[in-house]
Design a protein around this ligand. Structure first.
Ligand code: GPU
Length: 832
């Protein structure tokens, strides 16, 4: 008899009574037949518990769907190629307010809820900040009872798993659907045809219509998203690609031609196979474009279906009503094809004329920009687009033509700017469609993700459009969900906050955290705060030991930089700083060393598989760690640790245990950053540049509680020019750190190309494009201020408290409330 049999099974959705919940878990263990019944190990316990929680979610999901159907509110659809959901169990029971009941229930089977939750695999359908932002937004949309859904793709393999081997990073496919995901519900009745290739036909009535090519089906999987303390649960609808039985050539198969018999089936499988197919090849580029179109077409067909479902008379053409019922938000340019797809559906399928279709499209779609890096602004080959999506290419050409005509006829003064503003770049060498331009031309609103970034959009990237559409551009500073990123990942600190504020309302009204300010000098709070931090540091240290075998000292300063590895984020500056610190420690006497603040420098993050310099940085951090951590002279004062396989659930362990975190991008290059907000919320002090949301964080927490250094955004262009003209004089400390690595102090791997990227215009790299050399001296000096500040424990804890206290602005509830009011025009629709 397995543990699950000891409890009487109960099929009804679990109540909030632990015994009834245990019965429901037992029911799932026995009748949701994913495992054979004899064993009830931790994994089985996780799946049965998750399925039991899912019963609650489904109830709410159904009620919410019905309520939205009856109420017919304006609804937002968030289109994103990425969602970084992480684990769902702790979050679900937390949002539903049944954590205690579930903890008691799983105890009846001999388990701790935390251990059961630890069995879950991360759903990593995203790369980094943009994907995690989308997931935080869903949590806030549900919590604010907003009629809104997310749409995405159900990738078979999410973001790769990172392993650190001798040669550095290795990528392994992450099989998050191995076994199954208990959170997704397949909707066999929600299926739409998606066409690729083919040609445009003109019917006798003159209408243009896309025909031929190959047609696959999009099949919906719903992931219910519960709000915090509300009955509402919204949907993250993920599309999977499927071919049909009709596409299976039985004749060929019986003839032994197995592969060609199932050709379309294998093409369908490719579409959602991986998160970001390498796009170095033409095949890779085509696949990525197919994915983008697949998301846009399935989602828009579904949106139009629901528009009609809610009031069947709309089927006969109340299209002017559409923008008062539907808002579509494009998460960066990845879903730009929503624009020509909506135009196509309205004109070719619903029979609207161009002007009417354009008016509807423009009033419906809005665009969020997440980067100003030129290489990250998507451009698609016109030839590829014409081949894969011939009708869309026609529509894009028409949009381009009408935009040019509009500028010529209304803005003579801008004629010289037209070429750079238009949607098509017809450079004969490489004609492309500029997706960001298409978004700006077609959307009613364009927003950046932090004040500084939005200003750069207005003053630089999109400055020419601003003079045509002055009201189109907005700022929406990013935010993070306080549920996952404080309440659930840091229960110790959360309890202290609740105790001192005398309420847990901060969880959904984060501005209440300012109430901590008046206790910033209170010694009792200091003692509790320090104890909570130490507990989190110990948990972090255990994680480090488990995954790296390295022992770190919880009494040292925990200094963390976790994010995608990218040259503009300047992990290289961090590690050069650590190398410099190590060299100075080596030069000190034993007595001098005793005055040094002990530090553990931790770096984590994944490098894109083909990004060579990023991979070299990963290797360098590991190599430096191998030397420093084994150097008995100094390893009491410095350790350098690379945290492998950084992901959402690793972040949930690292962030609560952090004391200093690094957000040190070249000013103007990080659109916002969102982990900076998570660290600060958890009482971690930031060392950073005036970039992205750092600017606003510093304003909110106070400049005394933020270690600032480095060039400002408006200096960068001038500094690069100076460098190009050979006017840059490198600081000796910078030269010393580089030279130490070149000397072979950290092994025999050839770091020359990486270090050369920091030199003048050597031909390799970009002549220190990211200005590590310029900012290095002020970085080292800021780190010295950190060391001094940390010696004064009282001062440090006060800084920590004031960081948490100043984090209210960075709740994604605030961000989403602003999107709802200022871009989408939607309001709350709570299930009664
Ligand atoms: N970002 Br574009 C991504 O994570 N992926 C992308 O493809 C693009 C942007 C990030 C920005 O780099 C980061 O600064 C920002 O905080 C985040 O999007 C969310 O807006």
């Amino acid at each position: 008899m397995s543990a699950a049999d000891k409890v009487k099974p109960a099929a009804s959705p679990a109540s909030e009574d632990p015994s009834a919940i245990a019965g429901n878990i037992s029911y799932h263990a026995q009748y949701s037949p994913h495992f054979s019944p004899l064993a009830f190990g931790p994994e089985q316990a996780f799946y049965a518990t998750a399925e039991s929680v899912r019963d609650h979610l489904l109830q709410r999901w159904n009620d919410t769907y019905l309520h939205f159907h009856k109420t017919d509110p304006k609804q937002t659809y968030y289109l994103s190629m990425e969602y970084l959901q992480g684990r769902a169990l702790t979050n679900a029971v937390g949002n539903l307010g049944i954590t205690g009941a579930y903890a008691d229930a799983v105890k009846k089977f001999g388990y701790e809820l935390e251990a059961v939750a630890g069995q879950e695999r991360d759903a990593a359908l995203g790369n980094g900040g943009l994907g995690r932002l989308a997931s935080c937004f869903l949590d806030s949309m549900a919590t604010l009872n907003l009629p809104s859904w997310g749409y995405g793709l159900r990738y078979r393999y999410g973001l790769f798993k990172q392993r650190i081997a001798k040669e550095g990073q290795e990528e392994i496919a992450e099989d998050w659907l191995d076994k199954f995901s208990p959170w997704e519900i397949v909707r066999h009745d929600v299926v739409y045809p998606i066409r690729f290739f083919g040609h445009v036909e003109i019917s006798p009535d003159g209408r243009r219509k896309w025909a031929g090519g190959e047609v696959l089906n999009a099949l919906a999987y719903d992931v219910p998203i519960p709000g915090y303390k509300t009955k509402n649960a919204i949907s993250l609808r993920l599309w999977d690609a499927k071919a049909t039985a009709a596409d299976f050539n039985l004749f060929q198969f019986n003839d032994g031609q197995y592969e060609s018999a199932a050709q379309l089936h294998s093409r369908a499988q490719q579409i959602c196979a991986v998160l970001y197919p390498g796009d170095a090849t033409e095949e890779g580029k085509l696949l990525r474009l197919k994915q983008q179109y697949f998301l846009c077409s399935a989602s828009l067909q579904d949106i139009i279906f629901r528009f009609k479902e809610r009031k069947p008379d709309r089927a006969s053409g109340k299209w002017s009503e559409f923008p008062s019922k539907v808002a579509v938000q494009m998460n960066d340019t990845h879903p730009t094809l929503a624009i020509p797809e909506l135009m196509r559906l309205l004109m070719d399928e619903e029979g609207l004329g161009w002007d009417e279709a354009w008016d509807v499209t423009n009033k419906t779609v809005a665009y969020t920009n997440h980067t100003v890096l030129p290489e990250a602004l998507e451009k698609w080959s016109q030839a590829v687009m014409r081949k894969l999506l011939p009708r869309h290419m026609e529509i894009i050409e028409e949009i381009d033509k009408r935009f040019r005509e509009m500028v010529i006829s209304t803005r003579k003064d801008m004629e010289g700017k037209i070429e750079s503003m238009r949607v098509l770049d017809n450079n004969p060498e490489k004609p492309v469609v500029r997706m960001a331009n298409l978004c700006v031309v077609a959307a009613h609103t364009v927003n950046g993700v932090a004040e500084l970034h939005s200003n750069i959009l207005k003053e630089e990237l999109f400055a020419d459009y601003l003079s045509i559409w002055p009201k189109k551009f907005q700022n929406k500073t990013n935010g993070i969900t306080p549920r996952r990123w404080l309440r659930f990942c840091n229960p110790e600190l959360s309890e202290i906050v609740t105790k001192w504020l005398k309420t847990d309302q901060w969880t959904s009204n984060l501005d209440l955290l300012t109430g901590l300010r008046k206790f910033a000098d209170d010694e009792k709070l200091h003692a509790e705060w320090a104890a909570a931090k130490l507990a989190s540091k110990k948990r972090l240290a255990k994680h480090v030991l488990d995954v790296t075998g390295i022992t770190i000292d919880p009494n040292s300063l925990f200094d963390i930089q976790i994010k995608r590895i990218h040259e503009y984020k300047r992990q290289l500056m961090n590690i050069l700083g650590a190398v410099y610190r190590y060299k100075k420690l080596k030069e000190m006497s034993a007595e001098e060393r005793q005055k040094v603040t002990p530090r553990t420098v931790m770096v984590g993050g994944k490098a894109f598989a083909t990004y060579t310099n990023a991979k070299r940085i990963v290797k360098l951090v590991n190599d430096v760690g191998a030397v420093v951590n084994n150097d008995a002279d100094v390893n009491k004062y410095l350790k350098v640790v690379f945290i492998p396989n950084y992901n959402v659930s690793v972040a949930e362990v690292l962030i609560p245990g952090s004391e200093l975190s690094q957000h040190i991008s070249t000013a103007g290059m990080e659109a916002s950053g969102t982990s900076n907000m998570k660290f600060s919320l958890n009482g971690c002090v930031i060392i950073g540049t005036l970039d992205g949301a750092n600017v606003e964080i510093r304003e909110e927490v106070g400049q005394d509680n933020f270690f600032l250094f480095g060039a400002k955004a408006d200096q960068i262009a001038g500094l690069r020019k100076e460098r190009e003209n050979g006017l840059f004089k490198p600081d000796p400390r910078f030269e010393e750190a580089k030279q130490f690595i070149r000397s072979g102090a950290f092994g025999t791997y050839d770091y020359t190309p990486l270090l050369d990227s920091l030199e003048g215009n050597t031909g390799f790299g970009r002549g220190d494009y990211f200005l590590v050399g310029y900012d290095f001296p002020s970085y080292i000096e800021a780190q010295a201020r950190v060391d001094e500040a940390y010696k004064d424990k009282k001062k440090w804890i006060k800084m920590s408290i004031l960081n948490t206290a100043g984090s209210g602005k960075f709740s994604s509830d605030r961000t989403i409330d602003q999107y709802a009011k200022e871009i989408w025009g939607i309001s709350a629709c709570p299930v009664p």
